[in-house]
Write a protein that binds this ligand. Structure first.
Ligand SMILES: Cc1ncc(COP(=O)(O)O)c(C=O)c1O
Length: 469
């Protein structure tokens, strides 16, 4: 066959490639025979391949340690797992077995930490970074951890007001804090400065006026996170340089400052032609920090990362069966899958996130340009591609002949998709569903209101995530 799908992929990309290969006409993902899984469990389904999480953690550690050796870097490297990208107990526990530190984002995250402790999955010596905006409830629970003798909790302040909220109750023992620097957004962004973090202008004043003068506050870390990712471009290195400069200025004021946290943002393979030189980027991070510290004569900080997507993204896949082909126009053929893209990989519909898309079977068939649509009624429930001139090619097949259906998989979907789509009732950053009030009119036309459902409880959320055994 001249338009064979397999030939198209082999000629366009460097295929097979890490994690993907074809055996007897069936796609294998990290050595997993996907057809066997489909035959056992049916579709649609999600797969989580846990060894990938371990590999990613080890790879990051190796790269930093290698760069440390090269530059004779005196600080240490701390890999923090950012729970918000996937809270499932099987993921967090896998990461913890690699002795990672953790980053939390909201109050229910602290309950999750306590559950992990209860189940013996972590000790009170684990380093826990408290990021995100601190509500009263979140602050209360951070305090609870500190009182329960978790020894290394670092509360990263997101605003000046947050410090006031944290110190409103007199502190009875010193706490470690960090300061998050707000980042100037890329020129194309809808706003100039991120709402997360403290403006560079306010930071130095805050340190001088409120932190240096309070013996109960031990400033340990400077944090910044460029949410467009750690990209080897002028914008990223520009923000990096500004943060580094602030770090050294503050370090000269506060000797206890010991760590710089560069947040998340390591990318993952989201297309077959993805290229990213992790080794070079880590080398640059370490080299730049070392150079600046030597120039201004301050000691090199410990480097923390909070890689989320990088840690868990490539461990996930979601697989569908094509249940129908619909020729809507001569040139427009739709493959309708047996679920909704909005409900399974919502980022593909909302922020145009790309995932690797490959068929599981029928690689020897001709290929054709198609659109992929979900079975929900929403117009946006479709998948678009930036590869191959915006077109998606998949094997053609005959759905009337009773032959095996076509199965397709979206790969590297392991980060954020479940929380954002509300899998089972979980929520992004574990922020619970608000209470719901119903308002109606009685038979006399008077407004009446009642509580339909209370705010989602911690136990409900953690039970969905597998913490209540
Ligand atoms: C403070 C912070 N750290 C880490 C991350 C993880 O980012 P990524 O998944 O891109 O690595 C996020 C994501 O929103 C974040 O806000």
């Amino acid at each position: 066959m001249k338009n064979n799908y397999k030939r198209l992929i082999e000629q366009t990309y460097n295929f097979p490639l890490e994690g993907f290969d074809l055996q007897k006409g069936i796609l294998h993902f990290n050595g997993i025979d996907l057809k066997k899984i489909l035959d056992n469990y049916g579709t649609p389904l999600r797969i989580s391949y846990l060894p990938k999480i371990r590999e990613q953690i080890q790879k990051a550690r190796n790269l930093f340690n290698q760069a440390f050796k090269k530059y004779d870097y005196a600080g240490s490297y701390e890999f923090c797992y950012c729970t918000k990208c996937c809270h499932h107990s099987y993921v967090v526990k896998t990461a913890l077995k690699e002795r990672v530190s953790l980053e939390t984002s909201s109050s229910y995250d602290i309950d999750l930490i306590l559950k992990l402790y209860e189940h013996g999955a972590l000790s009170k010596n684990v380093t826990i970074l408290h990021n995100g905006i601190k509500t009263e409830e979140y602050i209360e629970k951070i305090r609870l951890l500190q009182h329960q003798d978790f020894k290394h909790t670092i509360t990263i302040l997101d605003s000046v007001q947050e410090l006031e909220r944290i110190t409103i109750q007199e502190l009875d023992k010193p706490i470690k804090i960090g300061l998050r620097i707000s980042i100037d957004q890329e020129p194309k962004a809808a706003y100039c400065t991120s709402r997360m973090g403290i403006s560079k202008k306010e930071l130095l004043e805050l340190v001088k006026d409120k932190i240096q003068t309070n013996a109960f506050l031990e400033l340990h870390m400077i944090h910044f996170y460029v949410d467009s990712g750690i990209n080897d471009n002028l914008y990223y290195w520009g923000e990096f340089k500004k943060a580094l400069k602030l770090y050294t200025q503050i370090k000269q004021l506060v000797p206890s400052l010991q760590a710089i946290n560069i947040g998340g943002g390591f990318p993952i393979r989201n297309s077959l032609d993805f290229e990213y030189d992790y080794e070079y980027v880590v080398d640059e991070i370490v080299r730049k920090i070392k150079d600046v510290c030597v120039q201004v004569c301050v000691s090199e900080p410990d480097i923390y990362t909070e890689f989320g997507k990088y840690t868990v993204g490539e461990s996930g896949a979601v697989i569908f069966r094509v249940i129908e082909q619909k020729q809507q126009k001569d040139t427009e053929l739709w493959y309708i899958i047996d679920n909704s893209l909005m409900n399974t990989i919502p980022d593909s519909c909302s922020i145009n996130e790309k995932f690797i898309l490959l068929p599981i079977n029928k690689w020897e068939n001709d290929y054709r340009s198609i659109h992929i649509g979900g079975i929900s009624c929403d117009n946006s429930d479709y998948y678009n591609s930036e590869q191959l001139n915006q077109k998606i090619y998949l094997p053609s097949f005959n759905d009337k002949s009773g032959e095996d259906p076509l199965y397709i998989g979206f790969f590297h979907t392991g980060a954020y998709q479940e929380a954002i789509s509300g899998y089972g009732g979980i929520k992004h950053c574990l922020i619970p569903s608000p209470r719901q009030i119903i308002v109606d009119k009685d038979e006399h036309g008077n407004l009446i209101d009642y509580l339909y459902r209370d705010e989602q409880s911690v136990s409900n959320m953690l039970s969905i995530l597998g913490y209540d055994y």
